[in-house]
Design a protein around this ligand. Structure first.
Ligand SMILES: Cc1cc2nc3c(=O)[nH]c(=O)nc-3n(C[C@H](O)[C@H](O)[C@H](O)COP(=O)(O)O)c2cc1C
Length: 250
């Protein structure tokens, strides 16, 4: 099976920074301020450095009202004047899943610097003003700004509901990886991932309705949950998205 571009792409320092933001990240929909100069320069650095092949992340300026739709039952996104657009070149292999990985890396980098974020797939294309190249498509946008509130808080399935078998008897690295996936954001909070462990391998599978962005986000979380232990992630086939082996010697 083909190895993923994610392997060794992020430095240990970047991975530690992302992991430290996993438990505090939540979708923020109300903002009360713009990123300061230092935060903006960190965001631009992250956007330029954290993208896997086929992905570009552009930081733009624009009012929430012209970019985000009001969805039934979900608080309107308001008060943010910056955003990050997650853009793909669809002809590049794995571009959409890479977009989930890279977008979540930028989200976690922003959260680690005190900013609020919210993955948004339901946005107004007319509000995007970052300039597009031929063959590019925006898959999602996140507002970026000073959080105006705590966010609604996270509701998650139990670990036993997303794992085949009993994850408490898995090796610690596999248990931690599954727990980190459990905390990931997903469209409509569907949490459309399943994890299984067999032999030496942790496998991530797409559940019904799981989109490529959701799968990429889960892959980054799976890798972060392993921590500093050396590991290798490979692409799967069909509903099997990726598998991960972590050992002292791979
Ligand atoms: C790919 C993707 C698309 C999303 N699209 C929207 C959206 O259009 N509007 C919105 O308000 N939230 C959107 N969300 C945010 C999810 O609703 C949110 O992540 C989920 O409810 C879990 O909550 P949490 O992020 O606070 O943990 C999206 C999340 C993902 C990962």
């Amino acid at each position: 099976m083909e190895a993923c571009a994610l392997n060794d792409f992020y430095t240990p320092a970047q991975r530690a920074r992302f992991l430290s933001a996993v438990s505090s990240r939540r979708s923020v929909r109300v903002y009360r301020g713009t990123p300061d100069v230092e935060q903006l320069s960190a965001l631009n650095y992250a956007a330029a450095r954290l993208c896997l092949p086929g992905v570009r992340i552009a930081i733009g300026e624009g009012e929430s009202e012209s970019l985000f739709r009001k969805l039934p039952g979900i608080e309107r996104i308001s008060g943010a004047s910056r955003y990050a657009a997650v853009i793909v070149k669809e002809e590049v292999p794995h571009a959409a899943v890479h977009a989930g990985i890279s977008g979540e890396a930028v989200v976690l980098a922003a959260v680690s610097r005190g900013l609020g974020t919210c993955w948004v797939a339901s946005f107004k294309r007319s509000g995007i003003n970052v300039g597009m190249e031929y063959g590019e498509k925006v898959l999602a946008v996140t507002p970026l700004g000073v959080p105006g509130g705590e966010g609604a808080g996270r509701k998650r399935k139990k670990l036993s509901e997303i794992c085949a078998g009993d994850p408490t008897v898995w090796p610690l690295w596999a248990y931690n990886a599954a727990e980190c996936v459990r905390q990931a954001p997903s469209a409509l909070n569907l949490q459309p991932w399943r994890l299984s462990f067999a032999g030496r391998t942790l496998v991530l599978t797409r559940a019904a309705m799981g989109g490529s962005l959701d799968m990429g986000i889960a892959m980054l979380h799976m890798s972060l949950g392993v921590g500093e232990k050396p590991h290798l992630m490979r692409w799967g086939e069909g509903k099997e998205i990726a598998s991960l082996i972590a050992e002292d010697r791979i």
